[in-house]
Ligand binder design. Structure first.
Ligand SMILES: Nc1ncnc2c1ncn2[C@@H]1O[C@H](COP(=O)(O)OP(=O)(O)OP(=O)(O)O)[C@@H](O)[C@H]1O
Ligand SMILES: [Mg+2]
Length: 461
């Protein structure tokens, strides 16, 4: 892992060439794993300072065409300097990996905090969301759309105040407020209607996500949440917002104004932009200078002594070898090789073979469930014979044809009525409804025929 290209970023964004690479850091623990990469807590050997180190595998990025996102993340982070935005400390690369080191936020992310706390009172939500607003206002003022506002990307620092992280999806749109982009990206629960509808969109998309995040802080779940993504997208486009009785009228009003589906009418758009949000009655009495100066306490501060590292001294955490084995794992993984024994995963309590077996079992169970569902549908496909008696048609071809017809009909309806809506999931969603409708229809026809038969029998007898 020798040939490192090194760049050091200081807080003031002045860049000095300095020989620094992974050999300067010690691995403490894993903070997060995702499809894109991993985030580790590391300690600089000389200074003992802690950093969050995002590691991305170049090979994987090439496959998923995400190099642009990473380069962009670094570029955006270098550009930004704000009390509520995580600051980039170092970035460097090896022939295999890219590394972004940011200041370590000891309080974790807002998602974890919402899970830990039994309830977030409105007064506390007000402080947190005010800080997010100042960060977002600053990001937009730099001509950037953030595009991934969600609790997982809002960190809590040692003083208990927020730090926005993860600029992988952020885009420079330029200073003109009317500039737009049209990439379909973000996290499903927080996507704005304009993104779902595949329309060109601007920075207003972040204001929608802001409304969703405030709702989630106060209710635990986002307003349009569903385990079925297709249903969720439909709700984002059409469903009314349901509020708990506990929520004040001011909070309801602010959320409703941010969740206006027409982006141009959303609170915070227009010439006055964020000023209109700050003037909303929910923020009555808030001194925005005090917010900026972190004068409102959240109560989430962590004492420095809490940053104690309970590292098992018997395990050798050599970052270089960990990353090189991780690299070999991912390489083998992508080649679908089965037998892997990797010491790296022993340290992290991760067994690849076990994981593979579990995944296979899951897949089998899913297939079985799907099969059972299909069988259920087929058993409802009744037909009358010439004598008026019923016979159950279990011929799969007939049933499949019926399903296909329904699917085609729906697909035609959808493409006529919702031109700019991604068809793939709508078809799938409506399809199940149609199947259920067909079930009921078949049952009704069946019952009606039996009823007629028995009347006829009564008359003839
Ligand atoms: N500076 C930091 N301090 C503390 N925790 C951090 C820091 N940076 C990231 N994390 C943790 O790692 C998680 C993932 O980080 P980040 O969102 O930057 O990575 P990502 O690869 O884009 O992940 P995802 O694809 O899940 O969004 C965060 O949600 C947070 O829990
Ligand atoms: Mg993230």
């Amino acid at each position: 892992m020798g040939n490192t290209t090194i760049t050091n970023e200081t807080q003031q964004n002045t860049r000095k060439k300095q020989k620094i690479g992974i050999e300067n850091f010690e691995l403490i623990e894993t903070l997060s794993k995702s499809v894109n990469g991993e985030v580790f807590l590391v300690q600089k050997k000389e200074t003992k300072e802690l950093y969050a180190m995002k590691v991305l595998l170049k090979e994987k990025l090439q496959e998923e065409q995400q190099i642009k996102n990473v380069k962009n993340e670094r570029k955006v982070l270098v550009e930004l300097d704000h009390p509520f935005i995580i600051s980039l400390k170092y970035s460097f690369q090896t022939s295999t990996h890219l590394f972004l080191l940011t200041e370590y936020a000891t309080g974790g992310d807002l998602y974890g905090l919402l899970n830990r706390e039994s309830e977030i009172h409105e007064s506390l939500a007000r402080i947190l969301i005010s800080e997010v607003i100042l960060a977002l206002e600053y990001i937009h003022s730099k001509g950037i759309a953030y595009r991934d506002l969600k609790p997982e990307n809002i960190l809590i620092d040692q003083s208990g105040h927020i730090k926005i992280c993860d600029f992988g999806l952020a885009r420079f749109l330029g200073k003109r407020r009317s500039n737009k982009t049209k990439t379909f990206c973000g996290s499903p629960e927080y996507l704005s209607p304009e993104i779902i509808k595949h329309q060109p969109y601007g920075r207003e998309t972040d204001l929608w996500s802001l409304g969703i995040v405030l709702y989630e802080i106060l209710h635990r779940l986002p307003p349009f949440y569903s385990t079925n993504r297709q249903v969720m997208y439909k709700k984002i486009l059409n469903a009314p917002i349901k509020f708990s009785n506990r929520i004040s009228e001011d909070a309801k009003s602010l959320i409703s104004c941010l969740l206006i589906r027409e982006p141009m009418l959303r609170l915070g758009t227009g010439k006055k932009g964020f000023e209109n949000i700050k003037k909303h009655s929910f923020f009555y009495g808030v001194d925005w200078n005090k917010v900026y100066e972190k004068e409102y306490e959240t109560g989430f501060s962590t004492e420095p002594k809490e940053i104690s590292i309970n590292r098992d001294e018997n395990i050798q955490f050599d970052l270089e070898s960990v990353l090189s084995t991780q690299f070999s794992f991912l390489k083998i993984h992508s080649n679908n090789s089965k037998k892997i024994r990797d010491p790296f995963f022993k340290h992290f309590d991760y067994n690849y073979e076990k994981h593979q077996k579990q995944e296979k079992k899951k897949k089998k169970r899913k297939e079985k469930r799907k099969q059972r569902k299909n069988d259920e549908i087929f058993t409802f496909n009744f037909e009358m014979n010439e004598n008026g008696n019923t016979s159950q048609n279990t011929n799969k071809n007939t049933s499949q044809n019926t399903s296909q017809n329904i699917s085609q009909n729906i697909s035609q309806n959808v493409s006529e009525s919702e031109n700019d809506f991604p068809l793939d999931f709508l078809v799938e969603y409506d399809f199940t409804i149609a199947i259920n409708k067909e079930k009921i229809l078949q049952q009704n026809i069946y019952q009606q025929k039996i009823y007629q038969n028995s009347i006829e029998n009564l008359i003839t007898n």
